[in-house]
Design a protein around this ligand. Structure first.
Ligand code: NOJ
Length: 549
């Protein structure tokens, strides 16, 4: 097995992680300072969302210079130090390559927009207006509003799958592909442990640019179903792999919205384009699809389990990440539960699945202490897409209160509030004014308080992470689900040559029955809540093991 299959990964949203300068935004030095903390969670790979030079319209996902560090986070020497210090803790640094688009302040785009005949003219997706001067198609960008913006210098529109300030690169241009591979190699030479590839399913554009069916009151058509995962995309990605990571001891994980589970084998594994990809089907079960914002679907636990199983099964010989949170989704304790019960109990139950499924677990900062959603006034949000969500909901006929409720439920800022380190001012995140409000309950939910509490979410995460590392079957073992139809319990075996683990997790607020015969011959490795024979307490967990005969 490869190192990245055996380890546990942790995602950092650096702006909100730890500030060492008192400026209200997290720094690279802040990450360095917290390496021992991360080591205590058995982390071996640190995915850091973009820290490259950026105007920060989308908090770094709008890159102006891929080979420079934004002063907000520090300097190149801090990144060099992080990569080197990380090695001392056996933690490799995984960088986030945003290659579907750049910032509109990237020199490539500034040149490209000047005219139709310069060296960079074809580096972006430029199209003529419709005869009436309007946008080339009726596509709605992922953040809301038209996906096209007019540029008078060229009398053309440029495409942006995301915000106006994030023009899409033209991967059909060989120079673009070469430039991006050069960027990846620059970071590999510096010692990066791998890459997360942002929004990668959008890099190949459709052959024909045509209007889609109007799907909402704004008269537009969501861009995602029309442009994601186009035929030929894998050719670009194979070329990228060959030029960069192939044969190196690093891993790649693609953000692959729009890849169906039956296509996974072409994307991951030995002959795939990535080592792993993030599939979002399970997160979308309670969240709904991005293009349907503000509409929360009805769902059942069996659907969530099925989504997770499909991902698991479809990777075949390949490998997948296991995750419930990231910087784009609401906190998992809110997203997956609307029932009664404490956040801590819910977090421990979900954390158990995270750390015992087959695949590399990706924790997201704050998940390990049970952080949860916030609910603010609309003007208190920072996230560029939350405003679009709000406007979209209003246009769909929701009133202001309902539109705000949708933002509370779906906003990406839910996961971006500053990390809660202790009960001091600003949760110990900064001595300055935090760029985004700190969650109100930090006095109770914070690392320092939870470190000294045996029953805390953090202690549970540490315990489970260490059990995972000590029991080989939880890493390399096969995965077999049982009780698939059960609407309360998620249960499965993890089995290798010598041992079988049995995981039983009650993901509901009511006691849940299971057949006591299941546990015969097993001994308990760890459990959570007061379970009885054949009955799991609300959010109860039983992790058992037996030696194979
Ligand atoms: C996906 C990233 O995770 C998200 O935060 C970002 O806004 C978009 N891609 C655009 O880069």
């Amino acid at each position: 097995m490869k190192w990245w299959q055996k380890t546990i990964a942790y995602e950092i949203y650096p702006r909100s992680f730890y500030d060492t300068q008192g400026k209200g935004t997290g720094t690279l030095q802040g990450i360095i300072e917290k390496l021992p903390y991360l080591q205590s969670l058995h982390i071996g790979a640190l995915w850091i969302t973009p820290v490259f030079r950026s105007p920060m319209i989308d908090n770094g996902y709008d890159v102006a210079d891929y080979t420079d560090i934004d002063p907000m986070f520090g300097e190149m020497k801090d990144m060099d130090q992080l990569i080197q210090e990380g090695k001392k803790y056996d933690i490799r640094i995984v960088l986030d390559l945003v290659f579907n688009h750049t910032s509109d302040q990237c020199p490539w785009f500034l040149e490209s927009k000047k005219d139709r005949t310069n060296q960079y003219s074809d580096w972006y997706i430029w199209k003529d207006p419709k005869p009436d001067g309007s946008a080339p198609t009726n596509w709605r960008s992922i953040f809301g509003g038209s996906a096209w913006t007019y540029c008078k210098e060229r009398n053309q529109y440029y495409l942006h799958t995301f915000a106006v300030q994030q023009p899409d690169l033209n991967w059909a241009d060989a120079q673009v592909r070469k430039a991006l591979a050069d960027v990846a190699n620059f970071w590999l030479d510096k010692g990066a442990g791998g890459f997360r590839m942002d929004a990668v399913t959008y890099i190949k554009k459709p052959e024909v640019f045509a209007d889609g069916p109007v799907d909402a009151n704004d008269g537009m058509s969501a861009i995602h179903p029309l442009t994601a995962n186009q035929p030929g995309i894998l050719d670009y990605l194979h070329e990228f792999k060959d030029r960069t990571v192939k044969g190196k001891d690093v891993f790649t994980v693609g953000e692959a919205n729009g890849v169906e589970t039956d296509e996974l084998p072409q994307w991951v594994g030995k002959d795939g384009v990535f080592d792993m990809i993030f599939s979002f089907d399970h997160v979308h079960v309670p969240l709904g699809k991005a293009e349907e914002w503000c509409y929360a679907p009805e769902w059942k636990l069996s659907e969530l389990k099925q989504a997770l199983n499909n991902i698991e099964k479809s990777t075949g010989e390949g490998w997948c990440p296991v995750f419930f949170e990231n910087h784009d989704s609401p906190r998992s304790v809110n997203n997956f539960f609307t029932c009664e019960g404490s956040y801590a109990d819910k977090a421990k139950a979900l954390g158990t699945v995270l750390l015992t499924m087959r695949g590399t677990p990706f924790m997201y900062q704050g998940e390990e202490i049970g952080m949860h959603n916030t609910a603010w006034d609309i003007h208190e949000y920072n996230d560029v897409s939350s405003y679009a969500q709000y406007q979209f909901a209003l246009k769909e006929g929701f009133n202001e209160e309902e539109a705000l409720a949708a933002v509370h439920r779906f906003s990406r800022d839910n996961a971006r509030t500053p990390m809660q380190w202790n009960s001091e001012v600003n949760a110990g995140f900064t001595s300055g004014k935090p760029w985004l409000k700190v969650s109100e309950d930090y006095q109770k939910i914070n690392v320092e308080a939870e470190e000294t509490d045996n029953g805390s979410v953090l202690s549970w995460y540490r315990k489970l992470a260490s059990i995972r590392q000590q029991h080989e079957e939880l890493i390399s073992g096969s995965y077999e689900e049982i009780m698939a139809e059960d609407e309360q319990i998620f249960a499965y075996y993890r089995k290798d040559k010598t041992h079988t683990a049995l995981v039983l997790v009650n993901l509901s607020s009511q006691p849940a029955d299971f057949d006591p015969a299941l546990t015969q011959g097993f001994s308990v490795l760890v459990q959570c809540q007061k379970n009885q024979t054949g009955k799991l307490a609300p959010f109860g967990v039983l992790l058992l093991e037996k030696t194979n005969r």
